[in-house]
Design a protein around this ligand. Structure first.
Ligand code: SF4
Ligand code: SF4
Ligand code: FES
Length: 262
């Protein structure tokens, strides 16, 4: 089984956390163990325990986090926005798996619900990881349409339905980072390996028949680290909450780069 870790300095060790017992009379109690750390506080990371009455809480892990923040501890810090699996903000490590808190049902988890930030990223606070490098890698693949041919003066730049279908799947990526932060190659080489999320974004433009920079895009990927650090370990496929297949996309990018060399 894959072992997920937080970077050195943000790991918790033997520091007692705070416990928040369930309210009196609660019938359906679940325990949540949540990673807490404010790097600016000078204190060490800890795990806090919260007992939540599920009869007074929505069904998803994000519902429990919101309940904790609203009713028990307003200092608990996490990202969220859409609450329906679209924005990608609430990605975190839940019960040992990278997932979206808003689409992860409490009922699907056995025992205490253990919640950590996405692994192998610096921690900004509690469940919020530092995604600056992740977004810089996304920007590095220049995720926008590039054309040289002037657009037709009297209509939009059209695509056939079949051509559009080729970009539909990679366009469904919500940049949640679940895949890249579950990828061992990315853990050890994220300074140079782009990782499955950024490669998914690159692929979305490589297969777009309106784009006229495919050659430049593949040139930019032809590098022992940027693309070829993927060793087909497949964690990314299991982690993707949108059922995308970054490993297959990466294999296709490698094939396209290889085909140009012959
Ligand atoms: S298939 Fe490639 S990108 Fe996906 S987890 Fe494995 S090494 Fe990482
Ligand atoms: S490919 Fe899937 S897991 Fe990776 S960033 Fe996109 S939506 Fe998230
Ligand atoms: S809150 Fe938007 S994906 Fe979870």
């Amino acid at each position: 089984m894959t072992q997920f870790h937080l970077p050195a300095g943000s790991r918790y060790r033997d520091v007692p956390g705070r416990s928040h017992p369930a309210p009196a009379g609660a019938q359906r109690v679940r325990e949540f163990r949540i990673y807490r750390w404010d790097p600016e506080s000078g204190q060490k990371p800890r795990i806090d325990r919260f007992e939540i009455d599920l009869d007074a809480c929505g069904p998803m892990v994000l519902d429990a986090l919101l309940k904790i923040k609203n009713e028990i501890d307003p200092t608990l810090t996490f990202r969220r926005s859409c609450r329906e699996g679209i924005c990608g903000s609430c990605a975190m490590n839940i019960d040992g798996v990278n997932a979206l808190a808003c689409t992860c049902a409490i009922a699907d988890i056995r025992g205490a619900v253990r919640i950590f930030p996405l692994p192998h990223l610096a921690v900004t606070k509690d469940l919020v990881p530092d995604l600056a490098h992740f977004y810089a890698q996304y920007a590095a693949v220049e995720p926008w349409l590039k054309t040289r041919t002037p657009p037709p003066p009297d209509r939009e730049c059209l695509q056939s339905p079949a051509d559009q279908e080729r970009v539909d799947r990679p366009s469904a990526c919500i940049l949640c980072a679940c895949c890249s932060t579950s990828c061992p190659s990315y853990w050890w080489n994220s300074d140079r390996y782009l990782g499955p999320a950024a490669l998914m974004a690159a692929y979305r433009w490589v297969v777009d028949t309106r784009d006229e920079a495919q050659g430049e895009r593949l040139d930019a990927l032809e590098d022992p680290f940027r693309l070829y650090r993927c060793h087909t370990i497949m964690n990314c496929v299991a982690a993707c909450p949108k059922d995308l297949n970054p490993a297959r996309v990466i294999a296709d990018l490698k094939r396209r780069v290889g085909d140009r060399q012959h």
